[in-house]
Design a protein around this ligand. Structure first.
Ligand code: KPL
Length: 295
C-alpha cells in the first residue's frame, strides 16, 4: 500500500484548527472531526488579519488508511480512545504527533502505538471562534521530539514543515524535560485560576500568592526527585515570570470550566501525585489542589 502524502489532524479544537489553517497552503492535510463538509476555516492572525482557508474535513471513517503522519490534538483524556479508533483505521506504523498538556497521554501512547510517537510542547496561543473560526492569539514556539530521543529525522522534517507554515518549531532530544517543565507551570497556574475564575495575573494578589508559592515548592521537590533539571532562574522565579507574561490570559483550564468541558486536572496533577507516591514525598498543597479542582 502506498503512503498518502497528506497529514491527518485529529481534533478540531483550537489547536487542530490552528494547525489545519496554517498548514493549508504548505502541506496537504485533512481535519478530522465530527463536522465535515467544505466550509473554509477562518483564521484571525495575531496581526489582526482575517484569512479564509479551504480545508478538507472528513470523519475518521473517510480518512486515508496510510496518511503520512497524524497530529492528535484532542484533550489528554481523549487520547486513548483516539488511538483505539486510529488503530482500527490506519496503518499501524503511521507516525503520530501528540499535542497534549500534562504527562499522562504521552508515555502511554509511546508504549502502545506501534509507529513513531513524537510529543510536542507548544506556547502557541489559540482559541476557537464559532463553528469554523480560530483566533491565533499569539505566536509561540513549539518543540518536538520522541520521549527517548528516537526518530530525530522525523522530528526535524516535521518541524521544518510546521515552521514553513508559520508555526515556529524545533526538533529536540529533551522533550521529556520540556513536558515536565510545562506541566509544572500548568500545575501552579491552571487549577487555581479555574477554581477562582480569575485571569492568570490575579494570582499575584495576597489572597492567592502564598498558595501558589506552596504549590511551586512541592513541585520543585518532585522535579528534583524525578531528576528534572530546574529552569535557570529556579522554579519560583520561572513560574512567577510566566504569570507576569500571561497576566491577561484566561488559562486553558478556566476556559474549559467556563465552557462546561472536562478539565485537564488529571493529566496535569495526576503525574505529580503519582511521582510523590513513588518517591514517598508528602505533598499536602497538591493534594488539596486536586480535591478543589473541577474534573
Ligand atoms: O499554558 C497555559 C494554559 O493556559 O494552559 C498558561 C501558561 C497557564 C497560560 O495561560
Amino acid at each position: 500500500m502506498t503512503t498518502d502524502p497528506r497529514w491527518l489532524i485529529l481534533g478540531a479544537g483550537a489547536l487542530g484548527r490552528l494547525l489545519a489553517a496554517r498548514l493549508a497552503e504548505r502541506q496537504p492535510s485533512i481535519l478530522i472531526g465530527r463536522r465535515t463538509g467544505s466550509n473554509p476555516l477562518i483564521m484571525t492572525t495575531p496581526e489582526g488579519e482575517v484569512r479564509r482557508h479551504a480545508v478538507v474535513r472528513l470523519t475518521l471513517a473517510e480518512a486515508p488508511r496510510r496518511p503520512a503522519l497524524i497530529h492528535v490534538t484532542t484533550k489528554s483524556h481523549a487520547v486513548d480512545a483516539a488511538l483505539d479508533q486510529l488503530a482500527a483505521r490506519v496503518a499501524a506504523d503511521t507516525p503520530v504527533v501528540l499535542w497534549q498538556n500534562g504527562f499522562q497521554a504521552q508515555p502511554r501512547a509511546t508504549r502502545r502505538w506501534a509507529g513513531p510517537v513524537l510529543c510536542a510542547v507548544t506556547s502557541e496561543g489559540a482559541y476557537t471562534h464559532g463553528e469554523d473560526g480560530v483566533v491565533h492569539a499569539g505566536h509561540g514556539l513549539t518543540h518536538l521530539g520522541h520521549l527517548e530521543g528516537r526518530y530525530p529525522e522525523l522530528a526535524t522534517r516535521t518541524s521544518a514543515t510546521l515552521t514553513a507554515a508559520g508555526l515556529e518549531t524545533r526538533a529536540c532530544d529533551d522533550i521529556r524535560r520540556r513536558l515536565w517543565h510545562k506541566l509544572a507551570v500548568n500545575a501552579a497556574i491552571n487549577p487555581l485560576v479555574a477554581i477562582h475564575r480569575i485571569r492568570n495575573g490575579e494570582l499575584r494578589a495576597p489572597a492567592y500568592r502564598p498558595r501558589v508559592e506552596a504549590i511551586v515548592a512541592e513541585v520543585a521537590t518532585l522535579m528534583a526527585a524525578e531528576q528534572i533539571e530546574p529552569p535557570e532562574t529556579g522554579w519560583q522565579a520561572h513560574v512567577w515570570g510566566v504569570i507576569e507574561g500571561t497576566a491577561n490570559n484566561r488559562a486553558s483550564m478556566l476556559q474549559d470550566v467556563l465552557a462546561g468541558r472536562r478539565t485537564e486536572r488529571d493529566a496535569i496533577l495526576g503525574p505529580l501525585l503519582e511521582a510523590a507516591r513513588r518517591h514517598g514525598l508528602s505533598v499536602p498543597a497538591l493534594e488539596r489542589l486536586r480535591d478543589d479542582t473541577p474534573q
